[in-house]
Design a protein around this ligand. Structure first.
Ligand SMILES: NC(=O)c1ccc[n+]([C@@H]2O[C@H](COP(=O)([O-])OP(=O)(O)OC[C@H]3O[C@@H](n4cnc5c(N)ncnc54)[C@H](O)[C@@H]3O)[C@@H](O)[C@H]2O)c1
Length: 390
């Protein structure tokens, strides 16, 4: 997790966090509140947890359009962050109806409620699963989106809906495509709780806690250095921060923002297990199983992105860094507040304040170029990226 710097774009509330009782949603709710943004959570608690929410909670199903309209009329949200979805890839193959209903239809209900109440801004949880099998790595935003599971397809349908609603009805939409969310709150009071749990890191830690006797590795014959799959794990508190920044970008006039959210560095299943062994001191026994269908060998985020906007002529950059001296405050030496070209600015090398050549530098940038006088939706550039350079 990368410590925050002082650069914190303001967000107008109240923000309706849909699915805010779930894993990423509850961390985002907490993060927004810590930044003084009033929040109301809307969740049907199907996979979320009441105990994870301290803000006002509306227990409502997105399928219930009447209740949804009533909440919008009462809360009058200035923006929406939408996490609610069914998210099991395997289940989406065996029961696609559930995924089209819960993901596509329910999001349509939400967008209609927004339109009816005049709420313009929405940040939607998209996923690298919209890309399907990588034809090149790292996965940049211009990689073809050919999802291979109904889960990924429903998320891509929603991205298209958002674009169409933005263009036709003036909604301002952001769809960060997450790679693998991971981690817990630094104070240990909020973590990850899925049932069933399918994510590697919590499963490995459950073995260390004695809750399972071993961790299953699905496939050791992938074309990777150690034969196991490589994934890009991004800390959940960084995701939370990215949502707040994305909402701020929309509120400052950007109309569409489709960006990857990953660290740019992949770790193999074996590397994760090794790290957990080292940290916990537990042997963490493993069991080798066949590959699972539909698991690409490697999914790692690239940092190039696109956005569109209607006005302005400014590059805004918010960045934060950490280095090998974790926990110490660390500022980028080159943190231009303006840059002539957002894409080029993305490639500015970051160096931290603790040495001219830090061994590890993490950056998280939000760049927004706003060009005055453009036709409404001329393509421009934005990057939201976490990058780790050796
Ligand atoms: N966890 C990851 O690694 C990851 C990666 C990429 C994308 N995503 C996306 O991020 C989002 C959040 O993921 P998560 O891991 O926090 O999931 P989660 O299951 O923990 O959270 C989803 C929340 O939405 C609520 N919900 C579901 N359907 C609802 C409905 N019809 N009406 C109201 N509330 C409803 C659930 O009760 C839950 O609180 C999902 O959209 C997922 O597709 C997650």
């Amino acid at each position: 997790m990368v410590p925050s710097t002082s650069s914190s774009p303001a967000v107008r509330g109240p923000v309706l966090v849909v699915g805010g009782a779930g894993y990423i949603g509850s961390h985002t709710v907490r993060h927004l509140e810590e930044h003084g943004v009033p929040v109301v959570v809307l969740d049907n608690l199907s996979t979320g947890h009441r105990a994870a929410v301290r803000s006002p909670l509306e227990v409502v199903d997105l399928a219930d359009r009447e209740r949804l309209a009533e909440v919008f009329a009462r809360v009058r949200p200035a923006g929406v962050v939408h996490f609610a979805a069914k998210c099991y890839v395997g289940e989406s193959v065996t029961d696609p109806s559930k995924y089209y209903r819960e993901n596509v239809l329910c999001t349509w209900n939400l967008l209609e409620a927004m339109r009816a109440s005049g709420t313009r801004d929405i940040v939607f949880s998209s996923t690298c699963a919209t890309y399907g099998n990588p034809v090149r790595l790292p996965l940049t935003e211009d990689h073809p989106q050919v999802p291979i599971s109904p889960y990924g397809k429903t998320k891509l349908h929603i991205e298209h809906m958002l674009q169409d609603y933005s263009r036709a009805y003036g909604l301002r939409v952001a769809a960060p495509r997450y790679f693998n969310a991971a981690g817990a709150a630094q104070d240990g009071t909020l973590g990850e709780h899925h049932e069933p749990e399918t994510h590697l890191i919590p499963l490995v830690l459950q073995v260390a806690l004695g809750q399972h006797k071993e961790i299953t590795i699905f496939g050791t014959d992938y074309p990777t250095a150690d034969g196991t799959c490589i994934r890009d794990y991004i800390h959940v508190e960084d995701l939370a921060d990215a949502h707040r920044r994305a909402l701020a970008v929309l509120q400052s006039g950007t109309t569409e923002l489709f960006v990857n959210l990953g660290t740019g560095t992949g770790f193999s299943v074996r590397q994760v297990i090794e790290t957990a062994r080292r940290v916990t001191g537990h042997a963490i026994p493993t069991r080798i199983a066949e590959r699972r269908a539909g698991d690409p060998p490697e999914l790692v985020s690239g940092g190039r992105a696109r956005w569109t906007s209607s006005d302005g002529n400014r590059v805004e950059r918010a960045s934060r860094t950490s280095c090998a001296m974790r926990g110490a405050s660390c500022a980028p030496i080159r943190a231009a507040s303006t840059a002539p070209d957002a894409r080029r600015a993305l490639r500015v090398p970051f160096r931290c304040a603790h040495g001219s050549r830090p061994s590890r530098t993490c950056t998280f940038d939000v760049l927004a170029r706003r060009t005055r006088g453009n036709s409404a939706r001329e393509a421009e550039g934005i990057g939201v990226r976490g990058a780790r350079r050796g």
